[in-house]
Structure formats: structure tokens, C-alpha cells
Design a protein around this ligand. Structure first.
Ligand code: PGA
Length: 251
């Protein structure tokens, strides 16, 4: 199996003001610097207004910065949107795209997500493309088919293991305290790995993250599952101790 370095990504969602974000990011950056060699990469994805101050605060540390969305265009008449060029300007290396909350709250389609990912790639950003089924879809036995359709539609031409990360986040596990069982996660991640063939040049090297109620007490078990190459963490990424514990659960 290809050696894939784990990625522990914190999705702060719409949480935190400047002082909170600076304190959290600086704390994590300090721990990473102090820890020396660790078997994971760590990423924080604050809300847009915090990207510049947080980016400035962590720029000399191994802690990476990402955003939670971007527009598919570089600039122009798109009120309220933020372009990938602006994200790079703020110090971002990553951008989360197609999170289920964006798909649900903003009606984002697979085609829009693919266009955003292509735009992100063009600016040198790594796109974290999110997929995952709802509870009703899983109960109806459609989980694999739903995820296959999302992957087929959301991964743009030119995607590589260097510029693309996939995050599997079952919608019913996000913010609910319910996590998929390790067996379900193993099966879905194997399915995703197989589906990447033909869509990404080097499918074995692509990192596939699990997300959905990852906490310090379930992280070690989830991170040990085959084809789980890290975590996309919401609630538990807002507390430095919890997020750090998730990182250090990686072996
Ligand atoms: P959660 O969120 O860890 O709070 O479940 C995960 C996510 O939506 O990225």
C-alpha cells in the first residue's frame, strides 16, 4: 500500500471571533513546532474574516491554513463571494469544497464543486472535496451509489494526489455524535479508493479523510482503519486539547 501521510483538518465552520481564532491557531502552531517530527499534517480552516490574521500568526509554523469554500472565478461581479486567488493571498494552501452544509444550505451541485476545485487547482490550492450520503440514502442501500455519483461529478479534470484530498462525511454523522462504525468506514473508503481509478492519475496516493463526530475518544480506532488517511473535524477542532489529541492518535 502506498504510504500516505495523515492529514488532520479542522473545519471551524461559522465559529470563532478574532481573539478565539488567534488563540486556538497559535496554541496548535506552538504544539506542532514543539513536537518536532509527527506522523500527521495539521490544517485549520477558519471562517473567511479570520484567514488573514490567523495566516499571519501561523506563517512560520508547520500548521497549514485552509478556507471552507471558494468561487470558481478569479475576480469579478460576485457579491459576497471569495476567489481562490484571495485565499492564496491570505496564506491558504487548502480549501474545503462541497461540504454537505454547502450542498444543503446553498444548493451546490457536483458540477459547481468541480468548477471550484478546478479554479482552486489553477491557483495551486489543494481541494478537499467532500462527499457523503444522508441517513435515508444509507437506509435505502444507496450509500455507495450516491458517493460514486458525487465523486464522478465533483472531481475535475487534472486532479492529482498532490492537489486533491477526498473527505468522506456521512451527513448523518456530522455534529450528531453518531459515527459510522469502523467496518462501514472501511467499506466506504475502499469503495472510494476503487472509484478514484480513472478519475485521478495516482489513485493510490490520494488521501481519503473520514469526517463526522470524530473526537479524541474514537479517533485512534477510526484513524487505524484501512484507507483512512486522516480526519475532517468540526466540533472537536474548536478545542486545542481535543484537536491535538486527535492528531496524536495517528500512528
Ligand atoms: P463534526 O463535523 O466533527 O462536528 O461532526 C465534521 C464536519 O462537518 O466537517
Amino acid at each position: 500500500m502506498a504510504a500516505r501521510r495523515k492529514l488532520i483538518a479542522g473545519n471551524w465552520k461559522m465559529n470563532g471571533l478574532k481573539a478565539d481564532g488567534l488563540a486556538l491557531a497559535s496554541d496548535l502552531a506552538g504544539r506542532l513546532k514543539g513536537a518536532g517530527a509527527v506522523p500527521f499534517d495539521m490544517l485549520v480552516c477558519p471562517p473567511f474574516p479570520l484567514l488573514f490574521p490567523v495566516g499571519e500568526a501561523i506563517k512560520d509554523s508547520p500548521l497549514a491554513l485552509g478556507a471552507q469554500d471558494c468561487h470558481a472565478k478569479k475576480s469579478g461581479a460576485h457579491t459576497g463571494d471569495v476567489s481562490p486567488v484571495m485565499l492564496v493571498d491570505a496564506g491558504c494552501r487548502f480549501v474545503i469544497l462541497g461540504h454537505s452544509e454547502r450542498r444543503a444550505d446553498h444548493g451546490e451541485s457536483d458540477a459547481q464543486i468541480a468548477a471550484k476545485a478546478a479554479a482552486a487547482h489553477a491557483e495551486g490550492l489543494v481541494a478537499i472535496i467532500c462527499v457523503g450520503e444522508t441517513e435515508a440514502q444509507r437506509d435505502a442501500g444507496q450509500a455507495n451509489a450516491v458517493v460514486s455519483t458525487q465523486l464522478a461529478g465533483s472531481i475535475p479534470q487534472g486532479a492529482t494526489a498532490a492537489n486533491t484530498v477526498i473527505a468522506y462525511e456521512p451527513v448523518w454523522a456530522i455534529g450528531t455524535g453518531k459515527t459510522a462504525t469502523p467496518a462501514d468506514v472501511r467499506d466506504m473508503h475502499a469503495h472510494i479508493r476503487a472509484e478514484l481509478a480513472g478519475k485521478i492519475a495516482d489513485p493510490d496516493a490520494v488521501r481519503i479523510l473520514y469526517g463526522g463526530s470524530v473526537k479524541p475518544d474514537n479517533a485512534a480506532e477510526l484513524m487505524a482503519v484501512d484507507n483512512v488517511d486522516g480526519a475532517l473535524v468540526g466540533g472537536a477542532s474548536l478545542k486545542a486539547n481535543d484537536f491535538w489529541a486527535i492528531g496524536t492518535s495517528c500512528r
